[in-house]
Ligand binder design. Structure first.
Ligand SMILES: Nc1ncnc2c1ncn2[C@@H]1O[C@H](COP(=O)(O)OP(=O)(O)OP(=O)(O)O)[C@@H](O)[C@H]1O
Ligand SMILES: [Mg+2]
Length: 226
């Protein structure tokens, strides 16, 4: 099995001004294999979101290394990390950061507008992704007019716009009911099987964790089990 992401004794310390500091992640060494779904469980405050932001190149470790396909990305410049992140990684966050006044299509088109794609082409692709997630009848609705589960799917469609190889999801089921969580999991499973997408998901939800192929559990910033 190919390893896509590997962390080596990674630490993240937040300094809140001396003497207060929080070791949010303490010496995590994990391996994320390609084309499977890896779950990260653990209680609130145990470091799951922080670990995802290290793996997703959103933040640099205080100590230790993050490798993607054997390149040590934790050591590279912010410009390179940003480009890598934009081209290869998709994110589904707890807070969805959608723009309520824009339509579903306009929200989903945004990541493509940051590349040199034309607006027409970006919106065509956005409609395709939204329709694939069962939102073909809501393309021109403003996000403010959509239900929580529909907004969640808009956010997923947006995370897929640049056809990422790695998808990082933080509590993807937190704002949707069980039936929609099952739909979401089935959609992700299809993409993993069809496109060899690599998914990393942090969650409290036993339904989500039970459906992962592999599981890490965090406690107090440390990885407990594999
Ligand atoms: N930006 C920050 N500045 C200071 N401390 C932070 C910051 N982000 C997180 N922390 C602290 O790091 C610890 C781990 O937080 P993290 O968000 O990674 O936990 P989590 O496992 O994702 O929790 P939850 O399940 O509630 O989302 C917490 O104690 C938190 O207070
Ligand atoms: Mg979290």
């Amino acid at each position: 099995m190919t390893t896509v992401i590997r962390t080596e004794d990674v630490w993240k310390t937040y300094s809140l001004g001396s003497p207060r500091q929080v070791d949010a992640v303490k010496g995590a060494s994990i391996e994320i294999p390609k084309g499977v779904i890896t779950g990260i469980g653990g209680p609130s405050g145990s470091g799951k979101t922080t670990l995802l932001s290290l793996i997703g190149l959103l933040t640099k470790p205080s100590k230790g290394k993050v490798f993607i396909e054997d390149k040590e990305l934790s050591a590279l410049s912010e410009v390179f990390r940003t480009r890598f992140r934009r081209e290869r990684i998709g994110f589904i966050f707890q807070a969805q950061y959608l723009i309520p006044q824009l339509t579903a299509t306009e929200n989903v088109a945004i990541p493509k507008l940051c590349t040199d794609t034309s607006r027409g082409e970006a919106e065509r692709l956005a409609r395709e992704k939204l329709s694939g997630l069962g939102l073909g009848h809501r393309l021109d609705f403003r996000v403010a007019e959509l239900s929580g589960g529909e907004q969640q799917r808009v956010s997923i469609a947006r995370s897929l716009m640049n056809s990422p190889e790695i998808l990082i999801a933080d509590e993807p089921s937190s704002s949707i009911e069980e039936a929609l969580t099952k739909d979401l999991l089935a959609t992700l499973r299809d993409m993993v099987d069809r496109d060899e997408l690599t998914v990393i998901v942090a969650s409290h939800d036993p339904l989500v964790l039970g459906w992962c192929d592999r599981l890490y559990t965090m406690r107090n910033g440390e990885i407990m089990t594999q």
